[in-house]
Design a protein around this ligand. Structure first.
Ligand SMILES: NC(=O)c1ccc[n+]([C@@H]2O[C@H](COP(=O)([O-])OP(=O)(O)OC[C@H]3O[C@@H](n4cnc5c(N)ncnc54)[C@H](O)[C@@H]3O)[C@@H](O)[C@H]2O)c1
Length: 312
């Protein structure tokens, strides 16, 4: 079977491309990216265990995938993803991400390809003890243009549902190392700052707020489970390894790196309130995610280990 991975140079896409041989039924992979993120290095030394072909494509362009055929599954990772920067790039992000999804939907419809669509748990945003996929509308309160666009993507794909086999997964914030990893999200950013001895900027109100996190290993487990079990129910599922407060994340970092410096800052998205996200729906389908994000923290800090020697 053949697979298309969009956004293959990014944090999740690069990990998926590198590990795809673990899904035995995939024999050939087409990987595409527009390289706008300049993560050329994601293409270095890709293992040869599964046949891969890289194509530079801006998939926000309607016809950009027209020449591809015989694709059974699509893992759609191509997206602009920086939530904090999305306030100043709202229109560009909207155009890019919605158009990318439209291209992918129309490709999947034409080719009968099954689609894995990634949304985000940041579509929730109202204070709640625990939220699940069936929550009332009032709990869907995106606090950034990025999260708002994710909700619009979910609606768009649902509208097309009759003509498509897909699942939408609301991923928690990703932790873990990949060749194309980014550092604009909580765990990675904190690890980076801790490693180079810089202040860890924490949104003032966020320190005791719960948020969902997803280890890259578990993200891949979601893809593997979907493809191996042909799990495409035209539905939405939360996917996370655990809910943690920022304080808990910082404590995990502290265990591995002493003397971290925390500075409280203001942010437009700091009015997000505390919420835990339920994992029950996916568990009922037989998929339990429980990778330890501690290990991701250790691995990320290890990447920057040499920084210690530079300290004066
Ligand atoms: N990383 C997280 O914490 C997280 C959490 C929840 C959901 N997600 C979602 O998972 C998906 C992948 O996230 P990621 O962290 O790997 O993102 P990323 O920013 O690391 O990578 C995205 C990749 O998409 C590419 N891209 C962007 N626009 C494109 C276009 N028009 N044509 C072709 N390629 C394009 C970029 O060049 C980049 O390499 C996104 O939909 C993101 O919103 C990520």
């Amino acid at each position: 079977m053949n697979l298309l991975i969009t956004g293959c140079c990014g944090h999740i896409g690069s990990y998926t491309s590198q590990n795809i041989h673990k899904i035995k039924k995939i024999k050939k992979v087409i990987i595409v990216d527009n390289l706008k993120s300049n993560r050329f290095h994601s293409l270095f030394n890709l293992n040869k265990k599964t046949k891969k072909k890289f194509l530079i494509r801006d998939i926000s362009k309607k016809n950009s995938l027209n020449d591809l055929k015989n694709i059974d599954y699509v893992i759609h990772c191509a997206s602009m993803t920086n939530a904090e920067k999305s306030f100043s790039k709202k229109n560009e992000m909207y155009r890019n991400n919605i158009n990318c999804l439209k291209t992918v939907i129309s490709f999947c419809k034409k080719n009968n390809s099954k689609l894995i669509h990634i949304s985000s748990t940041s579509v929730y945003g109202k204070k709640a003890k625990i939220v699940d996929e069936t929550c009332e509308k009032k709990y869907l309160k995106p606090q950034s243009p990025y999260a708002d666009i994710k909700l619009k993507e979910e609606k768009l794909i649902k509208k097309e549902g009759r003509f498509l086999k897909y699942n939408t997964f609301r991923f928690g914030t990703i932790s873990g190392v990949s060749v194309g990893m980014s550092f604009h999200t909580a765990v990675n950013k904190f690890c980076f700052n801790a490693a180079i001895g810089e202040d860890i900027n924490v949104y003032k109100t966020a320190i005791h707020q719960y948020r969902p996190y997803l280890s890259l290993k578990d993200a891949f487990k979601v893809f593997k489970f979907s493809i191996e079990n042909d799990f495409f129910k035209n539905d939405i599922y939360n996917a996370l390894s655990g809910n943690y407060t920022v304080k808990q994340i910082l404590n995990k970092i502290k265990k591995n790196k002493k003397n971290i410096k925390v500075k409280f800052v203001k942010s437009k998205i700091m009015n997000q309130l505390s919420y835990k996200v339920s994992t029950k729906k996916l568990e009922k389908e037989g998929l339990k995610l429980k990778n330890n994000i501690n290990k991701d923290i250790v691995a990320t800090l290890k990447l920057l280990r040499s920084q210690k020697r530079l300290k004066t």
